[in-house]
Design a protein around this ligand. Structure first.
Ligand code: FAD
Length: 411
């Protein structure tokens, strides 16, 4: 049959796909976004980091996000037994946005892709990418819901298919993640938290009092809703579907902060379970394509880094691609893969040490110097690529040294 031609085809209309499509369309390129679902659709990943605001701004989306009335966010609050620790993202080592939002992703994602379309991207919902012929000009095979299939020849393909991981699966690029298999049970509740209280303005991350590898997120959203989730080793949350709600309710009762704030709050949707979400690939690019956001690598939800990494990847890939399409010679390993992984590696060091307990010791240590707190705060705010921050430049060595200091000093 006939083959459609386009400069750039984007697989998936989540945050990574929407921002990449907007940046390319703004620069005058023809862009086609293929999305298998219809929006609005539920997605997990509701707490943004301030670093993401810069990418929303660049993609012409910030005003629409600000005007949407999402829950304001300015930091992270940690709780473990009687210990608490609060980070204000406006007090941080790196310059830039210190506040952001906690969003219902169904609303947020729809708003982003609408802004991409308003800036010239063509978007098709209900269209699923089935296969790709690789080569200098890759060809996608697409199926619509009427069973019709057609082909799209692009100068370049950006895979932003999230956990769909379309190209990693089709091209055999998946590699085992080094993270142990974990799962999350989660839902939304109707909350009774007072509006404007500091509780609403921060994500709350609470550690189970008896098991330091089990933790909860509490993410207040606009309109009296709160997202609640519990993360643990997959087998710890392995209950039949009919018992998920009881299991999550029981776990919520075991942690004092969550129990106090949300103990009896009614669920607004069925309790969901997601497991084995950590994923990795050999490389984030290949001939005629690059992998964005979750289609590439996903670590862990504990520091809410997913959307920020997705938007950073969209920003880096779009600029690399625009140079390539303009006839410049680009090196995807050096211009995209390496720079993106720098920040992912920062988060990885933090995530790994969260689960060993070392980062928890650091977070709850009461006598941290303000300077070091500002460096940690910057990374928690998503500034994981700023190499003037020693915890970005050399996270492994720095965190080991810092942990030793926290354990030696009284406090
Ligand atoms: P997605 O938003 O997943 O979008 C991918 C799109 O591709 C989907 O709409 C899908 O329908 C489409 N698609 C898939 N296959 C095809 C196909 N074959 N053809 C066409 N379209 C296709 N991140 C945060 O920033 N903050 C958090 O608080 C947070 N909490 C999390 C909690 C948990 C338990 C988990 C597992 C993740 C969490 N994340 C969080 C991560 C976050 O969910 C993701 O990082 C983010 O959604 C990735 O965005 P994306 O654009 O890469 O993909």
């Amino acid at each position: 049959g006939e083959v459609e031609r386009i400069d750039v085809a984007v697989i998936g209309a989540g945050p990574a796909g929407a921002v990449a499509a907007a940046l390319l369309a703004r620069a005058g390129r023809s862009v086609l976004v293929l999305e298998r679902q219809h929006f609005p659709r539920f997605s997990i990943g509701e707490s943004l980091l301030p670093q993401s605001m810069a990418y929303l701004d660049e993609a012409g989306m910030l005003q629409a996000v600000v005007e949407a009335g999402f829950q304001y966010k300015n930091g992270a609050f940690f709780a473990y037994r009687e210990k608490t620790s609060s980070f204000d993202f406006r007090d941080k080592h790196t310059d830039g946005w210190g506040t952001t939002y906690q969003v219902e992703r169904a609303v947020f994602d729809q708003l982003l892709i609408r802004r991409a379309a308003e800036q010239g991207a063509q978007v098709r919902f209900g269209h699923t990418v089935r296969s790709m012929e690789t080569g200098a000009a890759p060809v996608l095979e697409v199926a619509d819901e009427g069973g019709r299939t057609y082909r799209v020849a692009a100068q370049f393909v950006l895979d932003a298919s999230g956990f769909g991981r379309v190209l990693p699966r089709l091209l055999g690029l998946e590699t085992p993640s080094h993270m142990p298999e974990r799962a999350a049970l989660f839902s939304h509740v109707r909350d009774a938290l007072p509006a404007g209280s500091t509780d609403r303005d921060k994500i709350c991350v609470a550690v189970h009092p008896e098991r330091r590898d089990v933790w909860y997120w509490m993410i207040p959203l606009a309109g009296g809703r709160t997202s609640i989730g519990c993360v643990a080793a997959a087998e710890f949350l392995d209950v039949p579907e009919a018992q998920r709600e009881a299991r999550l309710r029981e776990l919520m009762g075991e942690e004092p902060t969550i129990a106090r704030l949300l103990g009896d709050a009614p669920f607004l949707m069925p309790v969901n379970r997601i497991a084995g979400y950590s994923a990795n690939v050999e490389r984030l690019h290949g001939p005629g394509f690059a992998l964005l956001g979750n289609a590439g690598e996903f670590l862990d939800p504990v520091f809410s880094s997913g959307v920020t990494i997705a938007l950073r990847s969209a920003h880096l890939a779009a600029h690399t691609l625009l140079r390539q399409l303009a006839g410049e010679r680009v090196d995807w390993a050096a211009d995209y893969d390496g720079p993106l992984r720098k920040g992912i590696d920062t988060f990885r060091a933090f995530v790994e040490r969260w689960y060993t307990g070392e980062l928890q010791d650091i977070v709850f240590y009461p006598n941290q110097t303000p300077k070091i707190r500002r460096m940690i705060s910057a990374i928690l705010a998503g500034y994981a690529w700023d190499e003037t921050n020693p915890y970005v430049a050399d996270p492994e060595r720095r965190l080991t040294a810092l942990h030793e200091t926290c354990m030696m000093a009284p406090g």
